[in-house]
Write a protein that binds this ligand. Structure first.
Ligand SMILES: [Fe+2]
Length: 488
């Protein structure tokens, strides 16, 4: 079969989603302003950019090949690079010179030549643990990438000791112990309710993998840890094997479906899980943070009244904009029957961020992205046709909110936080900003903001010498950890 000539004319391929096919490096980028001395290390970014025209016109950005981008800071100078993650799927399509994979997360729609080939595209989150850099996506195992060359080193399964077929793209590293906490859903196959809960030692060895069943097979995109607990969230975006076999969508959101929060001691047994019932029909993609306070567990999430992703809402027959906001749920393990107490924290938004050192603890600062409705940025970006253009800071315990935006024409991507040497300073945010400079033309800059004074705007900007597609998640790796990268 000859390759199809054109990318589909849909939101998934226009604007910032227009594929670039660029793998490149560049050095000594142009810098406006002065880069704070605290910033020494690498900002890794997951970017989705398909190498080949897909088999189907209904393909979506979530299926596109992962690229790993790096913006590296040292002594006030900045270099950058971007490279495809050479997954099994990427290599199979490269060999054939065309797209071979069908509908998003539905292997029953693939070209028969790729039966059994790993379908994950490793396009969601870069993370770094025990001297190893990974690119992840929740429908498969992570791929290891060399942090210097960005060369793909292969799929990672902890030396064959891991049983789960999947791992989350939102792992949690305890900032004090260095342990890595992971889970995989659909751990033993498509549309299965089986969850694998895994703990990796600070040295990078799998020390624990326990399996349990969720109440049903749900899209479990994120989870949380505290010093004492692991927290699993089950919202009613559901998979069904028969629907997949019939060529249908992986996910349908059930507006009447029950939601659950499962809490267990983080070093305990999965049989100790306590389930709390949440409101029906709700959904959350991302957790900001969680912590334990005696028998109480607090969970801060970007809550929504339904699944936010437009193609999933559409497949589910759900119309109208979602409602919601940054929300704190509190659950008391001493009284599970009392249910969940809810406290609103901030406006509707997504892509929450905290300082890594605050993971699992009561905390003073968080940040996330939202949309300035008065000055919308209409730009195909990820699965939607508009972009985040307003940065929010939330301060605790008072809940004070502050904002920074540029309005129409600007698109903000999830920032990373670089800690400051001064322990009283919240550090620096590094944020990739996409800026529409003419119809169809987009410039990109990394903006550096004072994390405690976002209203001041960027203190420095780094000009990117080439465009990339939209960023999903990013991570900051400081120099002292990059220097510990291992070759094994
Ligand atoms: Fe995510």
């Amino acid at each position: 079969m000859a390759p199809r000539p054109h990318y589909p004319d849909t939101v998934h391929y226009r604007g910032l989603n227009r594929p670039t096919h660029i793998e490149a490096t560049a050095h000594d980028l142009y810098v406006e302003g002065e880069i704070p001395r605290d910033i020494d290390g690498a900002f890794f970014r997951a970017v989705h950019d398909p190498a080949y025209v897909p088999m189907r016109d209904d393909d979506v950005v979530l299926s596109r090949d992962g690229m790993i981008g790096k913006v590296e800071f040292r002594d006030g100078r900045v270099n950058c690079a971007i490279r495809y993650v050479q997954t099994e799927r990427f290599l199979a399509e490269q060999k054939a010179g065309r797209g071979l994979f069908g509908r998003y997360r539905n292997p029953f729609t693939d070209d028969p030549s790729v039966a059994g080939v790993d379908r994950t595209v490793a396009n969601t989150t870069p993370y770094y643990h025990a001297g190893r850099l990974f690119m992840s996506k929740e429908d498969g195992l992570p791929y290891r990438v060399d942090p210097t060359s960005l060369k793909t080193l292969g799929r990672w399964n902890y030396g064959g000791t891991l049983r789960s077929l999947t791992l989350t793209a939102h792992p949690k590293i305890d900032p004090d112990t260095g342990e890595l906490f992971l889970f995989g859903y659909e751990a033993d196959g498509l549309a299965s309710p089986t969850i694998a809960y895994c703990i990796i030692s600070p040295q990078g060895e799998l020390v624990s993998e326990q399996w349990f069943d969720a109440p049903y097979c749900a899209m479990m995109h994120d989870f949380a840890i505290t010093k004492d607990h692991a927290i699993f969230t089950v919202y009613p975006t559901k998979a069904d094997l028969l629907r997949l076999k019939e060529g249908g969508p992986h996910w349908i959101h059930d507006p009447e479906g029950e939601s659950f929060i499962g809490i267990m001691p983080r070093h305990g047994e999965v049989t100790e899980m306590v389930w709390f019932k949440g409101p029906p029909g709700v959904h959350s993609y991302h957790v900001m943070n969680a912590w334990s306070e005696g028998s109480k567990v607090h969970l801060d999430q970007c809550m929504a009244s339904t699944n936010l992703i437009p193609f999933i809402a559409s497949d589910s027959g759900i119309a109208g904009p979602p409602q919601g906001g940054l929300t704190r749920w509190t659950m008391d393990l001493a009284d599970p029957g009392a249910g969940i107490t809810e406290r609103p924290l901030g406006p509707f938004g997504e892509m929450p961020l905290i300082a890594h050192a605050d993971t699992g603890k009561d905390y003073r600062r968080g940040w996330y992205l939202t949309v300035d409705p008065a000055r919308m940025t209409h730009l195909a970006n990820g699965p939607g046709d508009f972009a985040f253009n307003l940065l929010v800071r939330v301060g605790f315990p008072d809940g004070a909110l502050s904002f920074y935006g540029e309005g129409a024409g600007y698109s903000f991507n999830e920032p990373v936080l670089v800690p400051a040497v001064d322990p009283d300073h919240g550090g620096w945010l590094l944020m990739m900003v996409d800026r529409v400079i003419a119809p169809g033309y987009i410039a990109q800059e990394v903006w550096i903001l004072d994390a405690d004074d976002i209203e001041r705007g960027p203190v420095a900007k780094v000009e990117m010498p080439f465009r990339t597609c939209g960023q999903v998640h990013g991570t900051w790796v400081p120099r002292h950890l990059l220097d510990q990268a291992r070759g094994d």
